[in-house]
Design a protein around this ligand. Structure first.
Ligand code: SF4
Ligand code: SF4
Ligand code: FES
Length: 270
């Protein structure tokens, strides 16, 4: 099957503005977009420039905008795109260095700001710091992140405000805030609640939708917001356990129901 690849080209030494160049590749079997880019580079045009390393969805270096979605080129099968033409562009929102290669420095600077390592100020035990399977469960999904940038590049808030930490860095923050072995929770919550932290998120879900590893970025950011809010209310960032049974909903009179809209039994707004 012949597929046209519309590839973003930009050489800062000669180009004033980016352009697109079309290559045709004979796609067979399970060929991925990365395989197709290799075909182009090795057999048609050696100047086409992109990043890749593991070709196994592990290193996170081949994130690109492929037919309008942020994806890893190495685990996107051309056949699955079901399209006679595939457009390939650099991750949106990142400065472009050349062709499909973007500048990762601002992205990794935000990750570094999250203190992406375990901090524990209690004396080290003889062996490892232990955690129950249930405790680990809380951070399991967040540890799947391979730092490919697809989520942050899909976030309209990142596009409009380069200072916002963005979903990748905030998922990293979540991973340590909810790690029961970490004791820097207060410092981390200060980052989560800061000007460029979780409150900037508009809960648009692009980040969760485009994560190739299934990381629940939006949900992680909402969990950080709840934790910051509880801390600010004086609960030390811990979960509130309600000891009392919840109050029984009062039946609405017809007049009240009309004034408030009829939410049905037990769903009124008080
Ligand atoms: S959360 Fe997902 S999309 Fe974001 S950097 Fe990690 S692996 Fe990539
Ligand atoms: S949910 Fe929040 S972080 Fe994710 S894309 Fe939307 S605004 Fe950005
Ligand atoms: S080449 Fe490593 S994630 Fe695609």
């Amino acid at each position: 099957m012949e597929v046209r690849f519309r590839v973003h080209r930009f050489d800062p030494e000669v180009d004033v503005t980016p352009r697109y160049q079309v290559y045709t590749v004979d796609v067979e079997g399970d060929m991925t977009v990365l395989d197709a880019l290799h075909q182009i580079k090795w057999y048609q045009d050696g100047t086409v420039t992109f990043r890749r390393s593991c070709r196994s969805a592990i290193c996170g270096s081949c994130g690109m905008l492929i037919n309008g979605r942020n994806r890893l080129a190495c685990n996107t099968r051309v056949g699955d795109l079901n399209s006679p033409e595939v457009s390939v562009s650099p991750l949106p929102g990142f400065p472009v260095l050349r062709d499909l290669v973007v500048d990762w420095d601002p992205f990794f600077a935000k990750d570094a700001a999250m203190m992406p390592y375990l901090i524990n100020d209690t004396p080290a035990p003889q062996k490892e710091r232990r955690q129950s399977p249930e405790e680990y469960e809380q951070i399991d999904n967040a540890t799947l992140c391979i730092m490919c940038g697809c989520c942050s590049s899909a976030c309209p808030i990142v596009w409009s405000n380069g200072e916002y930490y963005g979903p990748a860095a905030l998922t990293r923050l979540y991973r340590f805030v909810f790690d029961t072995r970490d004791t820097a929770t207060q410092e981390r919550l200060a980052l989560a609640g800061s000007e460029e932290g979780a409150w900037r998120c508009h809960t648009i879900f692009n980040c969760t939708t485009d994560c190739p590893k299934g990381v629940l970025n939006t949900q992680n950011i909402q969990a950080l917001k709840r934790k910051v809010m509880l801390k600010n209310l004086g609960f030390g960032g811990t979960r509130i356990a309600f000891e009392l049974p919840p109050p029984k909903p009062k039946p609405l009179s017809d007049a009240t129901a009309a004034a408030h809209g009829d939410y049905g039994a037990g769903h009124h707004r008080h």
